[in-house]
Design a protein around this ligand. Structure first.
Ligand code: NAP
Length: 267
C-alpha cells in the first residue's frame, strides 16, 4: 500500500501551479484530498481530475488570510473524512519590483498575510487533528526563504518568516509524532510570476522567467512527494540551492551575485 492511501491530505493553494500538481500526483496513491483556495471553479476542476485518478477529493473555498476560513477548512476536512493526516501549507503570492520603486506599501503586508500568517492560521487549526493522527506538516517556502533575492524583498522576507516559524515549531513538536518538512523550491513554472505584485501593487500580468529553462510544477510535485514520504526536514529545489547553502558560509558575496544573475535572467 502506498504511503498516502486512505490518508487525509489538506492542500492550500490547490487551484493552480505546484499545489494543483501535488494533488494530481498524490491522487494516484488514492488518498482523501482536500483541495483549498479561493477560486471555486478551478478547485472543483482540480478535484474532479484527482477523482479521475483514484482519489477521494473535496474542494473547499478558503482564503488563508482569514482565520475563520482556515478553521472552516479544517472542520470540513474532519466532517467529511474524520481527521487530518497531512497539512500542506502551499498557498502563496509573489512580488517582482525593486524596493525603491514600490509605490503601494500594502504589498508588504499582503505578502506576509498570505505567505506567512496564512500558513500559521491553517497550522494552528489543524494541529489537534495532526496530534491525533501523528501526522505531518509540509510548508512550501522557497530558496528565497534562505537567501536574499533582489526584486523580491517582501516575498523573501515572508518566506524567511516561514522558515523561522516551521523550524521552531518542529522543535516544539519533537515528542508529538508530527513531522515538519520545509520545502524550498527554486524557480518553478506556475502562475505566481504573472500574478505577482508589481511596483504599483497590481499583478505583473506576465512572467519574466525563461519558463523553458526552469523546473515544471509536475517535477517539483514529484520531488516534494518523495521528501514528504521520507518525512524529510528540508527539501532544497536545485543544485545551486543545495551547494549555495554551504558556499554562503565562506563566500556570501558570491551567493549575492548568483541571486542577482538568477533574478535578472529569470532562470
Ligand atoms: N513557482 C515558483 O517559482 C516558486 C518558487 C518557490 C516557492 N514557491 C511557492 O510555491 C507555492 C505555490 O505557488 P505556485 O508557484 O504554484 O503559484 P500559483 O500557481 O500562483 O499558485 C498559488 C496558489 O495559492 C493560492 N492562493 C493565493 N492567495 C491565496 C489566499 N489568500 N488564500 C488561499 N489561497 C491562496 C492560489 O489560489 P486562488 O487564487 O484560488 O486562491 C493558487 O492556488 C507558493 O507558496 C510559492 O511561494 C513557488
Amino acid at each position: 500500500m502506498a504511503t498516502y492511501t486512505g490518508k487525509t491530505i489538506v492542500v492550500t493553494g490547490a487551484s493552480s501551479g505546484i499545489g494543483r500538481a501535488l494533488c494530481l500526483a498524490l491522487a494516484a496513491q488514492r488518498p482523501r484530498l482536500v483541495l483549498s483556495g479561493r477560486d471555486e471553479a478551478r478547485l472543483e476542476q482540480a478535484a474532479e481530475a484527482c477523482r479521475a485518478r483514484g482519489a477521494e477529493a473535496l474542494a473547499v473555498r478558503a482564503d488563508v488570510t482569514v482565520p475563520a476560513q482556515c478553521q472552516l477548512l479544517i472542520s470540513r476536512a474532519v466532517e467529511r473524512f474524520g481527521g487530518v493526516d497531512v497539512l500542506v501549507n502551499n498557498a502563496g503570492i509573489g512580488m517582482i519590483a525593486l524596493f525603491e520603486e514600490v509605490r503601494d506599501l500594502s504589498v508588504f503586508e499582503s505578502l506576509m498575510r498570505v505567505n506567512y500568517l496564512g500558513a500559521v492560521y491553517a497550522t494552528w487549526y489543524a494541529l489537534p487533528e495532526l496530534k491525533r493522527s501523528r501526522g505531518q506538516i509540509v510548508a512550501i517556502s522557497s530558496l528565497s526563504g534562505l537567501n536574499g533575492v533582489p526584486y523580491r524583498t517582501g516575498y523573501s522576507a515572508s518566506k524567511h518568516a516561514m522558515f523561522g516559524f516551521f523550524d521552531s515549531l518542529r522543535i516544539e513538536l519533537r515528542d508529538s509524532g508530527i513531522s515538519v518538512t520545509v520545502v524550498a523550491p527554486d524557480f518553478v513554472v506556475s502562475e505566481i510570476q504573472k500574478r505577482a505584485f508589481g511596483p504599483d501593487g497590481r499583478p505583473l500580468g506576465r512572467s519574466p522567467l525563461q519558463e523553458d529553462k526552469i523546473m515544471t510544477a509536475e517535477r517539483c510535485a514529484a520531488e516534494i512527494i518523495e521528501a514528504m514520504e521520507k518525512r524529510q526536514r528540508l527539501w532544497l529545489g536545485s543544485l545551486r540551492g543545495r551547494v549555495g547553502r554551504w558556499v554562503r558560509l565562506f563566500a556570501p558575496g558570491l551567493i549575492d551575485r548568483i541571486a542577482l544573475k538568477a533574478a535578472r535572467e529569470g532562470k
